[in-house]
Write a protein that binds this ligand. Sequence first.
Ligand code: AMP
Ligand code: ZN
Length: 467
Amino acid sequence: MSLKFYNTASRSKEVFQLLETNDTVKMYCCGPTVYHYAHIGNLRTYIFEDVLRRTLEYHGFSVKHVVNITDVGHLTSDADDGDDKMEKGAARTGKTVWEVAEYYTQAFMKDWKSLNIVEPVIWCKATDHIPEQIQLIQNLEAKGFTYKTSDGIYFDSAKFNRYPEFANLDVENLRQGSRIDMGEKRSATDFALWKFSPPNQKRAMEWESPWGLGFPGWHIECSAMAMHHLGETLDIHCGGSDHVRVHHTNEIAQSECATGKLFSRFWLHGEFLRMGGGKMSKSTGEFLTISLLQKKGFDPLDYRLFALTSHYRNYLNFTWEALENARESLKSLRRKTDPLIGKGGEIKSALALKIQKSFKEAIGDDLNTPMALGVLNEMLKEDLEDFEKASLVLDFDRVLGLNLGQSRLEPLTEVDPSIVKKIEDLLAQRNEARKAKNWSESDKIRDELLKMKVTIQDGPNGTSWSF
Ligand code: AMP
Ligand code: ZN
């Protein structure tokens, strides 16, 4: 069954395939700048990326998912001026920039956990990859794509013909419109690769480089880390829609000029969460966090469900009323799924298999989460045996991530290790029986597991089980 994604680069839905079969999907997602808490708008983007990763896995791919942590103080505006974000965070909190970075990184990871977002395979910090960034700038310098001003080394965007293509930019207008605040830049679309530390001023974060003491520009960090961890051509690169015009356009320019290769085959962008008609933004200081929602009595998964009710490429308007509706929907869903916990069995009836296929198609069609949720809700109304319903709930929840396999009403109990051993022994025997095509024996073992209230799920990577 094919998997299709809307690719910003081609402005169309394309079938997703790997270049080499059996390879791993190389996926890079732009992460947070850790000078403040993540707001629920940022988290909408990470939920979309989580659904993307889970969908790839659901469709049988394995994914090397890399997310960066921007802990270098790049400047508050995309145009390379304004204050340093990390130093601003330090001044606001009375901490050092390193403490600020650590504190907000931990807070960010806590938010991810609470939203049931699967951890990336690699978290990478910009400050751990300064040499790679310097090397990439040197490479661009050697190829003649850079120039020096009194405050830094800049990328010369006029040397990359395809610069306007990705975001459909009207570069001429941009150039004319911003003559005044261009400083020493040759073109409005040029951007800093390396900034010199201002003379007579000790910055909290600065590094030695072939150009003297300074710090990297923002865009270079993502290219350097993505290529370091995933190679010169990625399969998927994602972020929020605001990144298309500047950050990702610049990442493409510098990466493709350095390597001469396509930087990423697919680009996926999540649309913004809005509040009261405007965008939610960290820089204005007016934003909602997960812990605030919790203080108001919401479960973070209420917010996850709220995010899943709209397609990731549409704007989503946040209101408290809409969040309350999501909470009610999740409660009503759990009222139906909780009694099924532990009752799962093999999905085998034609109707159940058909419903499973519809779910896979919905989520595989550019992550249509509203439709996938519809399939789940309709399935629960169907005339299916409980064991099939139970297994379908668990199956769909591999993508939805609403933790429907765990009752919210009862705390999880510790499982006795001797019981775990018994289950695993039975699963090993069942695998042997299946290999030998001894179906009556494998059915007998499955029934024995069912009696122990164990649900089993056969997948491409073996058999998983849960209570
Ligand atoms: P930042 O920490 O500001 O670099 O943003 C982290 C991620 O959140 C990026 O992928 C942004 O594109 C995305 N983002 C920022 N604001 C919003 C918003 N209001 N709604 C959805 N995503 C956002
Ligand atoms: Zn990035």
